[in-house]
Design a protein around this ligand. Structure first.
Ligand code: GLA
Length: 379
């Protein structure tokens, strides 16, 4: 059964009648990693994998929600004291609370949701969940008066205030603003964004999901962010967006080696995003690919958010002659994103499966990326 039918059927069984269906997407990011919270650029797109929810106001002040994938039910009120104990439900509770904190209206509702965004792969299933509910609450209770950036911020604040992850805006932005066949360059300082048509003639974008996750808590992510903020403070600027390598080298002896290399990566990555956007417009995929490999090196050696399995997949891609490859997302596991010439695709995917399995005992999951729409009402 299709996702939509499964959700509608389950909603009818649990709550009777029909609700309204909403969906929001997971995301990829071509380049610009760990730059969002540094005021830099990101270049994401929404994908064809979604979280979908059937929702109906229930005339009470309680939220009743069932997760098909986790097979778990939660019920909670809408005041700060009502936080549910299940971590998955805290995302939905957080979104409700963040809408209310902004003066928006939320009343009780019933919901059933499920998704096909792979969990733990770095495709931001949590942002898809937040954006789906933020979009729905705006449509159901607020006449769509909350603007799209605020919807993205509602998801981001949910991560900060209810889930302990001090994330940037990229994932929620991509999930809310995503547009079929387009990547989006977002300037995370000015919040200006631009859609770039994405049709890489002769190439495919492929995710190789290592299916490993080395860090259970998100403290290493928050620690990276703290390093960047320390260096920015030392330089007397708001974010590393405004730093150059000359600025950084001038204070090198005053900061720890670790902070130096974290900031170096961020400063270099800022320029790479701009270079990739130019190269994409010019159809210069070799430059796009070279920048992706450079990003991987920076994330692995300077920012230290890679892991053995992802470095292995990156080496393997290079060895196969793949045009570009890098770790994608927050790091410490998840997937690599690969720009692969179509004629190389069968060989690359076969080797990724076989070699990875021979080394780590399980096959990676492989997905072709299809750039799709973000948050929406499903008719
Ligand atoms: C996670 C965060 C994003 C971003 C990426 C790294 O996905 O949620 O805000 O910082 O990591 O680029």
């Amino acid at each position: 059964m299709e996702l939509k039918e499964t959700i509608e059927k389950t909603f009818a069984e649990r709550f009777g009648e029909k609700g309204t269906l909403y969906a929001s997407a997971g995301r990829i990011n071509l380049i610009g990693e760990h730059t969002d919270y540094n005021g830099g650029f990101v270049f994401p797109g929404a994908i064809d994998k979604v979280i979908m929810a059937d929702i109906r106001p229930n005339g009470t002040d309680r939220v009743r929600v069932y997760s098909i994938d986790i097979d778990d039910y939660a019920e909670f009120g809408l005041t700060e004291a009502d936080a549910p104990s299940q971590s998955w439900a805290r995302y939905i509770f957080g979104v409700c609370r963040e809408v209310i904190k902004r003066g928006g209206k939320v009343e009780g509702f019933d919901a059933v949701f499920a998704g096909n965004v792979p969990l733990g792969a770095g495709l931001s299933s949590s942002a898809a969940l937040e954006s789906c509910f933020a979009f729905a609450l705006n449509d159901l209770f607020n006449d769509n008066s909350i603007d799209k950036f605020e919807l993205a911020r509602i998801g981001q604040s949910t991560e900060h205030n209810y889930c302990g992850v001090n994330c940037g805006i990229m994932d929620q932005f991509a999930s809310v603003f995503g547009k079929k066949d387009h990547l989006m360059r977002l300037d995370c300082r000015s919040m200006e964004y631009e859609y770039f048509p994405f049709h890489p003639e002769g190439y495919s974008l492929v995710l190789v999901d290592s299916a490993v996750k080395h860090e259970l808590a998100d403290s290493p992510y928050n620690k990276r962010r703290q390093s960047c903020e320390r260096v920015a403070k030392r330089l007397g600027i708001d974010t590393l967006r405004d730093a150059t390598m000359e600025d950084l080298d001038a204070i090198r002896t005053d900061i720890t080696a670790e902070d130096y290399f974290r900031a170096k990566y961020v400063i270099e990555e800022k320029q790479r995003v701009l270079d990739v956007c130019d190269a994409l417009v010019a159809g210069d995929y070799d430059t796009v690919g070279r920048c992706m490999y450079e990003t991987h090196r920076g994330l692995s050696k300077d920012y230290e958010v890679s892991c053995e399995e992802l470095d292995f997949l990156n080496d393997l891609a290079r060895d196969c002659g793949v045009t570009g490859s890098r770790i994608m997302g927050g790091g410490f596991g998840g997937c690599t994103i690969n720009l692969v010439k179509n004629e190389l695709l069968p060989e690359f995917t076969a080797r990724a499966r076989a070699d990875f399995k021979a080394r780590y005992g399980h096959e990676p999951k492989i997905y072709e990326v299809i750039i799709s729409d973000g948050a929406r009402r499903v008719e």
